[in-house]
Design a protein around this ligand. Structure first.
Ligand code: C2E
Ligand code: CA
Ligand code: CA
Ligand code: CA
Length: 276
């Protein structure tokens, strides 16, 4: 038993070591990646209820010389913890705005939704950055939307609500991301200034074999409709999943079934091949 206990401790220590090592690796290299332009933004089309693509979601990627393409799932949590998410998020926002302007030159008129995490919202500079960049761009209206998760509401709710309203006044739509995975209740939806909820992928996964998920989606859509909020389904991978959301009043859809996130030029080609 003694040996067993010690063995467990060793495994635990090894895991700790691994995590510390990973943290230090990210601490040196993510900062460098940001400075050396090793980050890139991919875009995934979002279809409106009529099937037309009027917007795309910006999803950051890290092209590491050492590790290849690193998923944001592996470095965003670290960036949030270290505070690096603030300059990283500013870089994403400015890169997206520049891309939108480049697309306009090519006759492509697209809105882009940017993911913003709680830490960025608390910092507040993301809002002033956007406002300044918009003034600089000469655009008459804001072509950027904001995707926030429920966790943004937990840390400093009053401040989060104020910023959400300010984003809306600027002309950005505010979407509540990963809806249904956090702690917020349906009744909370009535008092947050949002335009849409994005149903979490876990609801859509195998929806046709999940009667409970089906009922939940119907209930969420009903409440959202009553509050005049749009509902967007993400993670649609199959025809059957698409049919379910179309049949149940979901407004927007997104997923590998239509397109994976891709580099900006590729999205230009994709749009040309997928006219409404
Ligand atoms: P998210 O905002 O919930 O984004 C959706 C994720 O699901 C993306 O993963 C997307 O590539 C993936 N996805 C889209 N369609 C499908 C599908 O049909 N099936 C499956 N299995 N997956 C699909 P990705 O790009 O790895 O991003 C992961 C998360 O990282 C995002 O989740 C978001 O929370 C965060 N993230 C990405 N870019 C940024 C950013 O610029 N700033 C911040 N703060 N967070 C970001
Ligand atoms: Ca998102
Ligand atoms: Ca999501
Ligand atoms: Ca997510």
């Amino acid at each position: 038993a003694k040996e067993n206990g010690r063995g467990k401790f060793c495994v635990f220590a090894a895991e700790m070591n691994q995590r510390v090592f990973e943290y230090l690796w990210l601490d040196t290299n993510l900062r460098k990646a940001l400075e050396q332009d090793h980050l890139t933004v991919f875009y995934q089309p979002k279809l409106d209820s009529d099937g037309v693509v009027r917007s795309a979601e910006a999803l950051v990627r890290w092209n590491s010389p050492e590790r290849g393409m690193v998923s944001p799932a592996d470095f965003i949590p670290y960036a949030e913890e270290s505070g690096l998410i603030v300059p990283l998020g500013r870089w994403v926002m400015l890169t997206v705005l520049r891309q939108i302007l480049a697309w306009r030159e090519q006759g492509i008129n697209l809105r882009v939704a940017v993911n913003v995490s709680a830490r960025q919202l608390i910092d507040q500079s993301i809002y002033s950055d956007l406002k300044l960049a918009l003034m600089d761009s000469g655009l008459a209206e804001c072509p950027i939307d904001i995707e926030l998760t429920e966790s943004c509401l937990i840390e400093n709710e009053a401040q989060a609500l104020t910023l959400m309203k300010q984003f809306q006044e600027l002309g950005a739509q505010v979407h509540l991301d990963d809806f249904g995975t956090g702690y917020s209740s349906l009744s909370q939806l009535a008092r947050v200034p949002i335009n849409a909820i994005k149903l979490d992928q876990s609801f859509i996964r195998n929806i046709n074999e999940q009667p409970v998920s089906q009922s939940l989606v119907r209930a969420i859509v009903a409440v959202a409709k009553a509050l005049t909020l749009q509902v967007i389904a993400e993670g649609i991978e199959t025809k059957a999943e698409e049919e379910f959301v179309l049949l149940n009043g979901v407004d927007g859809r997104q997923g590998y079934f239509y397109a994976k996130p891709m580099p900006a030029e590729q999205l230009g080609h994709w749009l040309a091949k997928h006219p409404a």
